[in-house]
Design a protein around this ligand. Sequence first.
Ligand code: FAD
Length: 424
Amino acid sequence: MNKSAKIPVADAPIFDPGQWKLTAQQTELSTLARNLGQSVFAARASEYDRNATFPTENFNDLHKAGLLGVCIPEDQGGKGADLKTYMLMASEIGRYCGATALTFNMHVSSCLWTGPLADGLTIDDSLRSKLVAGRKHHYKRIIDDGAIYAQPFSEGGAAAAGKKAFGTTAIRTEGGWRVSGKKIFASLSGHADYYGVLCTELKDENDKPSRSNTMYVAIPANAKGVKVEGEWDPLGMRGTVSRTLIFDDVFIEEDALLMPCGVYFHAASQWPHMFTTLTPAYIGIAQAAYDFTVSYLRGEVPDTPPIKRRMYPTKQIAVAQMRIMLEQTKSLWFQCISEANPNPDKESLLRAWTAQYTVMENANEISQLAIRTCGGQAMLRSLPLERLYRDSRCGALMLPWTAELCLDMIGKAALYQQGETDDE
Ligand SMILES: Cc1cc2nc3c(=O)[nH]c(=O)nc-3n(C[C@H](O)[C@H](O)[C@H](O)COP(=O)(O)OP(=O)(O)OC[C@H]3O[C@@H](n4cnc5c(N)ncnc54)[C@H](O)[C@@H]3O)c2cc1C
């Protein structure tokens, strides 16, 4: 063998199982995701990005590996992963293809809300038995048919930030509901089999919308009245295909309910950590930008000249800064996902917002430092760094916990106790 030939080195786990004390299941699923990412997702990522196309082949592979059902209970054919286990494995996907990790999150959320999260809720027995009976056929579709679920919540108003009732409505009718409304930035639009829609249940057209009447329903993509509209040509996360969805008087039956009416409202209030599920994609991006920089400065990136740049003190300082930021981000995030539980106390909630803010802002900061440090040749589109940089910019914009809203919430919660005001 030619001595100078580059042997691709397998990436080390983002969270070493021994050092971070991962369980056997966390280790197994993270390894599975990393192997898939490294062997197939990495090579496909630039094309999905370039053409803004959905990563269909990656989803087929996720289905074959049994990962579409990662959060479905084992007795129903899934892998039975809890929130933390899912987050760890998803970060390994984000490392190789951010758009796949982000869209995978939308899909898995439909199982997390209805499964591990709902199981930890305080709800009455009749609601619980309805929940368990209702979710079964959604899970079966995912396990047996590889059905893909999307999570279109955003409407462009204050509802996705949790400030008012969703404008998409479900009006009671014989045998079910009629759903009307519009969702923006609906990742997987045109590619999901079901849209997991949040809407407000109304008794009739004159009923007053209330957040406590939020319904979570799975609308078949091929139902009459479902339309996908608009262009999708964004800065980053281009493979998410987050176009606009229109629901024009779409009829749904009782079995479309992902959760019995009223349960989503409890779940969203009792399980705030659920909103951190947008972060693993960006943990992966932060790790990938750091890893690329180290390889590049060592002259080890495949298909680039083997020129070393590591001997310059400025490069060493930049890598040190990136490493410090990466370690801070990973440690805080790991703590946040380790303590995720229903009804967290104020300290835990403050840490969750801080972790969200830190991951989303630091992924971008690490990526921009990577570009500055590696230099001009490293930002060519033949290499992944410029994509990581563009994808990383999207994290801070994701509702309901955008970077700005996290700052608002952290500042207020740190300065005020529950119920305190400055009004005389
Ligand atoms: C790549 C990508 C994929 C996405 N995929 C999905 C998806 O699958 N499903 C989905 O539901 N959404 C998705 N979103 C949408 C995302 O969660 C936001 O809803 C969207 O980015 C909001 O954009 P906007 O400009 O309309 O926000 P606006 O509501 O106009 O808000 C603009 C900014 O103002 C701030 N702000 C908003 N509300 C308040 C408030 N009440 N108080 C103070 N500040 C506020 C926030 O910081 C926000 O970033 C996606 C977004 C991106 C970028």
